[in-house]
Design a protein around this ligand. Structure first.
Ligand SMILES: Cc1cc2nc3c(=O)[nH]c(=O)nc-3n(C[C@H](O)[C@H](O)[C@H](O)COP(=O)(O)O)c2cc1C
Length: 227
C-alpha cells in the first residue's frame, strides 16, 4: 500500500505467513499503555479485506472500538473479559446478510473496471449471485463462513506486522447489537482484541494430522504421516 512502510512496528520485516501462523496466540493480556498506530490498524484491516468470500460479496463489516468508554461498554456485553478493557483496539467483526441486494452492482462494476470480467460474464455473475443468494435459507450461517475467514486473515496479518490478537466468542450478541446500534441484518461473528501482549503465552498444543485428516472418504485413516 502506498505510504505505509512494509515493516513491523519495532522495525523488523513482517513475519512470513508460516511464521505468523505459528507464533499467533490468543493473547490473554494486553499492555493498556501501548496504542496501535493508525497506519498499522488500517494495514491490518486492509489485509483482512483480501480474504475470499462467496461471489466476492465481501459480507464482513468491522466496527472498530478504540475509545476506552466504548470498550468498557463492550466489556459489559462480553462477560467482563479483561482483554477488552486492556487492548487499545477491539474489532467487532460483523457479517452482513444482504450484500447481494446492496453491493452486487458495485462489485461487478469494480471487477469490470479491473478488467477481470467481461460485460457478458458480469451480467451472468449478477444474475447467478442474485438468484443463488435469494435462495439461501440461513443467511447468518452464510455470512459467518466468509466473515470468519476475514477474521482469521486479520489475526495472521496482525501477527505478521508485530501486533498481538485475541479472538472472542464470549459475548452476548443482542447486548452488543443494542449497545452499538448494529442492525438485525448483521451477525456479530466474533470480537478481536488487538495490541501488544504482556508476557508470553505458551503454545497450548494441537492434534496431529492423524487426528484431524481423512483420506478420500470420511473416516478413512490418514497415511501421509505428520508434517
Ligand atoms: C471463535 C473463537 C472464539 C474464542 N473465544 C474466546 C473468548 O471468548 N475468550 C477467550 O479468552 N478466548 C477465546 N478464544 C481463544 C481460544 O481459547 C484459543 O484460540 C485456544 O485456546 C487456542 O489457543 P491459541 O489460539 O493461543 O493457540 C476463542 C477462539 C476462537 C477461535
Amino acid at each position: 500500500m502506498p505510504g505505509i512502510p512494509d515493516r513491523q512496528i519495532d522495525g523488523q520485516l513482517p513475519l512470513s505467513a508460516p511464521e505468523a501462523i505459528a507464533r499467533r496466540r490468543a493473547t490473554p493480556h494486553f499492555d493498556a499503555s501501548r496504542p496501535v498506530p493508525d497506519e498499522w490498524l488500517k494495514r491490518v484491516l486492509h489485509l483482512a479485506t483480501l480474504a475470499p468470500s462467496g461471489f466476492n460479496l465481501q459480507p464482513w463489516r468491522f466496527l472498530v472500538v478504540r475509545d476506552a468508554r466504548n470498550r468498557r461498554k463492550l466489556q459489559a456485553s462480553a462477560f467482563q473479559q479483561p482483554k477488552i478493557a486492556e487492548a487499545p483496539v477491539v474489532v467487532i467483526v460483523l457479517g452482513y446478510h444482504h450484500p447481494h441486494r446492496t453491493h452486487l452492482e458495485a462489485i461487478v462494476n469494480q471487477m469490470s473496471t479491473l478488467g477481470v470480467i467481461t460485460p457478458e460474464a458480469g451480467a451472468e455473475m449478477r444474475a447467478r449471485a442474485s438468484r443463488t443468494m435469494e435462495r439461501v435459507s440461513d443467511l447468518a450461517l452464510w455470512t459467518t463462513r466468509s466473515t470468519m475467514l476475514a477474521a482469521a486473515t486479520l489475526m495472521i496479518a496482525a501477527e505478521s506486522l508485530g501486533l498481538a490478537s485475541a479472538p472472542m466468542e464470549g459475548f452476548q450478541p443482542d447486548k452488543v447489537k443494542e449497545a452499538f446500534g448494529i442492525p438485525n441484518d448483521h451477525t456479530v461473528c466474533c470480537l478481536i482484541a488487538l495490541g501488544f501482549a504482556t508476557g508470553e503465552k505458551p503454545f497450548p498444543g494441537r492434534f496431529g494430522l492423524a487426528e484431524v485428516c481423512y483420506e478420500e472418504h470420511f473416516g478413512q485413516p490418514w497415511t501421509l504421516g505428520e508434517a
